[in-house]
Design a protein around this ligand. Structure first.
Ligand SMILES: NC(=O)c1ccc[n+]([C@@H]2O[C@H](COP(=O)([O-])OP(=O)(O)OC[C@H]3O[C@@H](n4cnc5c(N)ncnc54)[C@H](OP(=O)(O)O)[C@@H]3O)[C@@H](O)[C@H]2O)c1
Length: 331
């Protein structure tokens, strides 16, 4: 089968399409014929050896896939050949097939297209875990989503809206704000693509406070961080929850007096470790999300698809800050 392979640390241009052996389902595993693979920011970090998790080379990027079960390993009773599944693989998704533990796979509704299925797990399960499991979101609350036009940003917006919250989108351009509004944001603002500390950060803080309203944001979803984090934290409500999801703009240092002044919680969200330590709870979140999908409450917004041989270009879109919604690589 064909796979996009990383043999050395570097950008998307270092990936090569190669012929590798077909996957074999070991005990407890499924062999899956991959039809689609969701692209996520960690793919970009993984190939550069910049992610907190390192993969042994050679490897294929791609952390979430959808496809058909092509073989069932010994001891697997829940799946049969031909089942349509999604799987959380970490790496290996940008290939024509994969062998994956059955415990990391879930059958998908017959009506769900493979690209939607492949774009579902990372963004929606992370968002639901952040907003609901950790963020204790209530239906009448205000949620500020930073980077709201990105993969996680759009999913968090849709999930928060579906749960009855008011969503304020913060993004870096007019085009991204229009996109965020189309996909569920009630209101929003544009932040500078690069922020210098002060005076811009004070200005941004004022703009964020004006956008979320006098009471502040009850929940802040932050997959961006960098120089946005402190101005955003300054607009949080009393007893608000600041959810740290990622660092596309870099890691920030925050003044420790702010959480005391605001009486707020700052929560680190690590969905990957949650899936390992509490798989049943994550499975239950997934079932809830799939029901929301079936009822039309949430739906992946796929703005581009690339064939496997151009998977590097798909990852490069995220590097250039040029992606909106989700990008999917298809076979
Ligand atoms: N904690 C977890 O469990 C978990 C799970 C999944 C993903 N994540 C993290 O969530 C973050 C977002 O992932 P994603 O797949 O949604 O990425 P994405 O689609 O590329 O969205 C990231 C957003 O970050 C903003 N951004 C600001 N500065 C940037 C820069 N220098 N380069 C690229 N983007 C920049 C962009 O919006 P603007 O242009 O509007 O600023 C962009 O839309 C990543 O850090 C990822 O590792 C965390």
């Amino acid at each position: 089968m064909r796979a996009l392979i990383s043999r050395e640390a570097g950008g998307p241009e270092t990936l090569r399409l190669e012929q590798i052996p077909d996957p074999v389902a070991g005990p407890g595993q499924l062999a899956i014929s991959i039809k689609a693979c969701g692209v996520n920011f960690p793919d970009l970090l993984m190939i550069q050896d910049l992610y907190q998790v390192k993969a042994a080379r050679p490897f294929s990027p791609g952390a979430e896939i959808a496809g058909f079960v092509s073989a069932v390993g010994e001891g697997v009773g829940d799946f049969v050949v031909g089942d349509r599944v999604i799987g959380r693989c970490g790496v290996g998704g940008m290939a024509e097939g994969i062998a994956l533990d059955a415990s990391k796979c879930t059958r998908i509704p017959g009506t769900m297209p493979f690209p939607d299925a492949a774009a579902f797990q990372f963004a929606y399960e992370t968002s639901y875990y952040a907003l609901v499991t950790r963020g204790r979101l209530k239906s009448d609350e205000t949620v500020l989503v930073l980077g709201a036009s990105g993969g996680v940003g759009v999913a968090a917006t849709q999930v928060a809206k579906a749960l009855g919250a008011r969503v304020i989108a913060a993004v870096s351009s007019e085009e991204k704000l229009a996109f965020a509004r189309i996909h569920g944001a009630d209101d929003g603002l544009i932040y500078p693509a690069s922020i210098s500390q002060p005076p811009d950060s004070r200005e941004l803080s004022r703009a964020l406070k004006a956008a979320v309203g006098a009471a502040g944001a009850d929940v802040i979803v932050d997959p961006v961080c960098g120089a946005l984090a402190e101005p955003a934290l300054r607009c949080i409500a009393e007893r608000g929850r600041y959810l740290i999801l990622g660092f596309t703009a870099g890691i920030a240092a925050l003044p420790m007096n702010l959480p005391l002044l605001k009486s707020c919680d700052i929560l680190g969200i690590n969905w990957r470790t949650f899936t390992m330590s509490q798989p049943e709870e994550n499975h239950s979140n997934r079932e809830t999300l799939l029901q929301m999908y079936s009822r039309g409450k949430i739906s992946p917004v796929i703005t581009a698809t690339f064939p496997l041989k151009r998977g590097g270009e798909a990852i490069a879109r995220l590097k250039d800050r040029g992606a909106m919604g989700k990008i999917v690589v298809t076979n």
